[in-house]
Design a protein around this ligand. Structure first.
Ligand SMILES: Nc1ncnc2c1ncn2[C@@H]1O[C@H](COP(=O)(O)OP(=O)(O)OP(=O)(O)O)[C@@H](O)[C@H]1O
Ligand SMILES: C[C@@](O)(CCO)CC(=O)[O-]
Length: 312
């Protein structure tokens, strides 16, 4: 048995802001994927994954008892498959901000949910919100709190634009120019991040009036502008505005940036070779980079591994 593939995602813009109603833009990232699978001779990884699925299945049983109107599953098949060794065979790194738990949630919903909303039907805003809500509750098992956006992105495999908490839509993004000099890339911090403590720090900071003002007048403002620039293919403005965003993040989200990356973050701003921003909640995992000139960014960051995700 091997199920369909579910992909990783990248939240290009909107981390933290979407908690406070900024815009957000998430795109599928097809470099990594995962699928439900059974194997005769499971590896240690498969055994660990199977164990995690076992607890997830118990959680889903409680969820559907508590909220039968939200979602129900074919629990008998799910439990039976878990008993007979099913696991999530995935190349998506965990704790890296690219949605490993989201892909898993999408795969389980796809295989076991009753009356599921499918990708093929007309996806009205109501249906999208309903799906996001289901995914949010399912993914809470892994996160503590989840917006449900990662599984939604993985399930639909199309870019999603968040206009505000209750207003989301699927969207197109400008076609990549494969020989373009400009690029969006991932920088591997080499550190595994954890989402929950980062969100606690953010929530704590929100108690401060100055932080709230900075968020509204700078962070959310530039996030929203960057999304508009990106969707309209205005890459010149995008680069200028990611520079502003990069500065705001370095000055105000330091706990989310691993210490050893503070200097190269600043170096990008000083040299204009690249601009860095958070990829998801930060604290490790990937850091997102934007550059007008990929070769220059590569030379400037020669000690690091870059993965290009989009060229323009
Ligand atoms: N292949 C897998 N098999 C079983 N469980 C998995 C698998 N991949 C991820 N998970 C579960 O998802 C958890 C990781 O989710 P977490 O939300 O912390 O990180 P992430 O989804 O990789 O990052 P982010 O949410 O920031 O994009 C793991 O601890 C594990 O419980
Ligand atoms: C940090 C956050 O905004 C994005 C993490 O990918 C949390 C969330 O909205 O679920």
């Amino acid at each position: 048995m091997k199920g369909p593939l579910f992909y990783s995602k990248i939240l290009l813009f909107g981390e933290y802001g979407i908690i406070r109603d900024s815009k957000g833009l998430a795109i599928p990232y097809n470099f990594y994927n995962g699928a439900l699978k059974k194997s005769e001779e499971p590896s240690d990884e498969a055994i660990a994954s199977n164990k995690s699925l076992r607890s997830f299945a118990s959680y889903l049983e409680v969820l559907q008892t508590q909220q039968p109107d939200l979602v129900t599953f074919d629990l008998e098949s799910l439990k039976n498959d878990v008993e007979t060794g099913m696991y999530f065979d995935s190349s998506i790194p965990q704790g890296y901000g690219v949605g490993s738990s989201g892909a898993l949630v999408a795969a389980i919903y796809d295989k076991y949910a009753a009356n599921k909303i499918t990708v093929l039907e007309n996806l009205t805003r109501e249906k999208l919100l309903h799906l996001k809500n289901i995914f949010s509750q399912m993914e809470s098992f892994f996160h503590g709190k989840s917006s449900g956006l990662d599984p939604l992105n993985s399930y639909l495999s199309i870019p999603i634009l968040i206009n505000s908490k209750d207003n989301i839509q699927t969207t197109g993004i400008p076609t990549q120019s494969v020989d373009g000099k400009g690029a969006v890339f991932l920088l591997d911090s080499g550190i595994v991040g954890e989402t929950a403590p980062m969100i606690s720090i953010f929530m704590e900071s929100l108690k401060d009036k100055g932080f709230r003002a900075m968020l509204k007048n700078q962070f959310v403002k530039y996030t929203d502008i960057c999304i508009d620039n990106f969707l309209h293919g205005d890459m010149k403005s995008l680069i200028g505005n990611t520079k502003k965003l990069s500065k705001v993040v370095l000055n105000n989200f330091k706990p989310m940036i691993p210490e050893q990356f503070h200097a190269i973050w600043q170096q990008g701003i000083d040299t204009n070779d690249y601009y860095l921003k958070l990829c998801g909640s930060g604290g490790g995992g990937y850091i997102l980079g934007f550059t007008e000139d990929l070769e220059r960014a590569k030379a400037s960051l020669k000690d690091y591994k870059l993965e290009v995700v989009y060229q323009f």
